[in-house]
Write a protein that binds this ligand. Structure first.
Ligand SMILES: CC(C)(COP(=O)(O)OP(=O)(O)OC[C@H]1O[C@@H](n2cnc3c(N)ncnc32)[C@H](O)[C@@H]1OP(=O)(O)O)[C@@H](O)C(=O)NCCC(=O)NCCS
Length: 212
């Protein structure tokens, strides 16, 4: 069965989401039909990139929200922007799609919330909870008994160890490490290449090794 899908965001991650969709479609019969991409202010360059891959630009979210609802996924890396966009599509009766690249590996007892996107090479081990609209980017790993709450972005090559709690709206930068048993408070940011060695309070940015 083919389902209609709208991708929100013509930027870098939005188009990487299109790659995930292509990979899913190449590996399964339950394929997505991409209706097009929504973006409130796409650059000319990104419109040309969409045209080059034959994907329709549908317009801004206000116009698209008035059209026939379909499945949607938000391809926007910023947790706060993604939250706002997803809530508006949910309120209009659209349903969030979950996209898992075929090269992702999952252990026993993993749950993944609607709207989440798992990119190529992601590794999830066992007893893991991912909330809604979580992005787990290329080649990241998530260890046992970890909870990743809604609207978290985990950038490429990040490593979240076992027994961690990553609260809602957190961004873990590229190659960021969170050591086992730690909690990252809501809406915090872990810098690229940081190594987090103690709990991080909410709405805090930490960077470096050890992260401060
Ligand atoms: C940590 C981060 C959030 C800080 O952002 P910011 O507050 O705008 O930081 P600035 O660029 O103003 O830099 C402030 C200082 O922090 C340093 N710094 C910035 N990022 C750093 C990082 N990841 N690790 C160590 N130091 C960092 C800068 O060198 C600068 O130091 P200085 O004051 O001695 O010159 C950001 O740099 C980051 O790492 N974001 C993650 C981005 C990412 O994952 N990108 C990949 C997308 S796929």
């Amino acid at each position: 069965m083919t389902r209609d899908l709208v991708v929100i965001g013509a930027g870098g991650f939005g188009r990487e989401v299109l790659d995930v969709v292509d990979a899913i479609n190449a590996s399964t019969d339950a394929a997505w039909s991409v209706r097009g991409v929504v973006d409130d202010a796409p650059s000319q360059e990104n419109l040309e990139r969409l045209a080059k891959r034959g994907v329709t630009y549908l317009g801004g979210s206000a116009e698209v929200l008035d059209s026939q609802p379909a499945a949607y996924v938000v391809g926007i890396g910023s947790p706060s922007v993604r939250t706002k966009v997803a809530l508006s599509f949910d309120a209009a009766g659209w349903s969030a799609a979950t996209l898992i690249h075929p090269t992702v590996t999952q252990g026993f007892d993993v749950t993944i919330g609607a709207g989440s996107v798992l990119c190529a090479g992601v590794r999830l081990t066992t007893n893991i909870r991912l909330g809604r609209h979580v992005h787990v980017n290329l080649n990241s790993t998530i260890g046992h008994d970890t909870t990743i709450e809604d609207f978290v972005s985990i950038n490429p090559l990040a490593s979240i160890s076992g027994d961690c709690t990553i609260e809602s709206g957190v961004l873990v930068g590229v190659a960021g490490i969170v050591l086992n048993g730690l909690r990252i408070g809501a809406d915090s940011t872990v810098g690229g290449s940081a190594c987090v060695v103690r709990d991080v309070p909410a709405e805090t940015t930490v960077k470096g090794v050890p992260a401060r």
